[in-house]
Design a protein around this ligand. Structure first.
Ligand SMILES: [Zn+2]
Length: 149
């Protein structure tokens, strides 16, 4: 997921939006675990994503909690932007993993097809993307979007 949004200056940041998720919150990625036991472990650097799907989930959750550092650390250096901007009008509402190819401990590449639901200024929308991941220095990193609807 590479969604980077930028708005003209003047949009109003929503108060306290990133602070809603705690270690005990249900993980935004949708797995039946707390944030602290799921994507939060990857964000904290306490664990590395064993599969592309796990990395995809942690990157989605990083958009929810606005963890730019995790997004940049898990972005291939060839495609990584200099920074990540979070659109204050966007609210991520859920992630559906639709398909995966390869991307296990035994692979060097993999893809994850997903739909990420969000609201933009209160209007419901979704992002449908197939992301491609590769191993870089032993760790899974996001490389490119194969397609984006
Ligand atoms: Zn999670």
């Amino acid at each position: 997921m590479s969604r980077r949004t930028s708005r003209p200056h003047g949009s109003v940041p929503a108060a306290g939006a990133p602070g809603r998720i705690t270690q005990e919150s249900p993980c935004p990625c949708g797995l039946p675990a707390t944030y602290g036991a799921c994507c939060g472990r990857l964000h904290a650097g306490a664990a590395a994503a064993p599969t592309c799907e796990a990395l995809m989930r942690s990157r989605y959750t990083a958009f929810v909690v606005r963890d730019a550092g995790h997004l940049l650390r898990t972005w291939h250096p060839d495609t990584r932007p200099p920074s990540v901007d979070f659109d204050p009008a966007l609210r991520w509402k859920g992630l559906d993993i639709l398909d995966t190819t390869e991307g296990s401990a035994f692979h060097a590449t993999g893809t994850v097809t997903f739909r990420a639901h969000f609201t933009d200024d209160g209007r419901a929308d979704s992002l449908h993307e197939q992301s491609r991941f590769v191993r870089h220095q032993g760790a899974w990193v996001y490389a490119t979007a194969v397609f984006v609807d």
